[in-house]
Design a protein around this ligand. Structure first.
Ligand SMILES: [Zn+2]
Length: 366
């Protein structure tokens, strides 16, 4: 049912139409879709993706979004409610509940709902970006609001008790190898810095709130900086600011460390998607209709949004592993500064190298 609602968002938000009125209609004959035909997945399959009245074909996207959302929610239910995977894989004494106790556990359901909301926003944003090359601001900004409220109410290390971080609060240096993998992962996976500051101790609402704000700010800024430097070297536009909004939302939900790593994982997944598309999808023989007619030659350029959304999910769910490997980068100011400098120089150089290997691009511009 959530997938069905996401389909409404995906079909209407890019055209700035209302998402609550009118009810679902055929885009061709404008007849209302019957209630029984609107049942997720089954409705689509029973009518073989066609309108009951005029036989117009509905996009296969309707089916895939519903299936994908259902599977994503099922996976989250197993990870968050049944297994409590992220929390249990990072504490010394895992909290293994029987199935009947697990499905009545309030913290686990709160975690599931929070994560399911983020997952829904990512699916809708990725699907719209894949089709229209834009991310409607409503999705990341509603996501930001929910992310900040939820994160403030569930501050790190919740649902772990605040005592779970005792060994980390007596002023150890979190970047040292003996503390790798010792940070308990909560709903907010990590605090924004460690050891936490005295004015925002573990478990305080202020820590949760700051985690969200810093996550959103860094998520947005890292895309803007990478975009600015890369385009300075490359000489033309390569990313949209919708990607900055998407990572801002992810940062509010998951924290700044995850947002930064997501950008790099997302670049890799975008590349994998691009290569898969080059192999699997043939370019259209006739250019798709466009208002300017025939201006477009390649509409299948890399849409970065879906890759970035997938990168966020991979980084977030694999954080107990990725976090152990990257912990030394995030809790020392000298290390953070060095990483920023290396990253900036590397991206500028990558842009320059790509510009030199693509001389045709400048010809088109002129
Ligand atoms: Zn119809």
């Amino acid at each position: 049912m959530v997938g069905s609602f996401l389909n409404v968002l995906i079909a209407r938000l890019p055209y700035e139409k209302s998402i609550i009125w009118p009810s679902s209609r055929c885009f061709s004959c404008f007849q209302r879709v019957r209630f029984t035909d609107n049942i997720p997945i089954i409705g689509y399959l029973r009518l073989r993706g066609q309108c009951r009245h005029c036989g117009a074909k509905f996009s296969a996207r309707y089916l895939w979004i519903e299936v994908a959302t259902g599977l994503a929610f099922l996976a989250l239910f197993v990870l968050d409610v049944l297994v409590n995977w992220q929390v249990n894989s990072t504490v010394a004494t895992p909290d293994m509940l029987s199935i009947s106790t697990a499905i009545t556990s309030f913290p686990r359901w709160a975690m599931f709902l929070y994560h399911a909301f983020l997952m829904s926003c990512l699916i809708a944003a990725a699907a719209i970006d894949a089709e229209h090359r834009i991310i409607p601001p409503m999705i990341p900004y509603v996501g930001l609001l929910v992310g900040v409220i939820g994160g403030t109410l569930m501050p790190w290390p919740w649902p772990n008790p605040a005592a779970a971080v005792n060994q980390l609060t007596a002023d150890p240096v979190w970047m040292l190898p003996e503390y790798w993998g010792k940070i308990p992962v909560g709903v907010q996976l990590w605090p924004f810095y460690g050891p936490t500051f005295a004015f925002a101790p573990p478990g305080s609402y202020l820590l949760g709130f700051l985690n969200c704000l810093i996550g959103a700010f860094v998520g947005s800024m890292v895309v803007r900086i990478v975009k600015g430097l890369f385009e300075l070297g490359f000489g033309r536009e390569a990313m949209g600011l919708g990607d900055a909004d998407l990572l801002m939302m992810a940062g509010a939900f998951l924290g700044w460390q995850i947002a930064v790593i997501s950008l790099f994982v997302g670049s890799l997944t975008a590349l994998v998607i691009k290569i898969a598309m080059m192999i699997l999808v043939k370019p259209p023989a006739v250019p798709p209709s466009s208002p300017v007619g025939g201006e477009f030659t390649d509409t299948r350029e890399l849409p970065f949004g879906p890759g970035l959304a997938l990168g966020v999910v991979v980084t977030w769910l694999a954080w107990p592993w990725i976090g152990v490997g990257t912990q030394y980068l995030f809790f020392d100011w000298i290390m953070i500064t060095m990483c920023v400098i290396v990253m900036c120089v590397g991206i500028l150089a990558a842009g320059l190298l790509l510009r030199r290997s693509e001389p045709a691009a400048t010809d088109v511009k002129v």
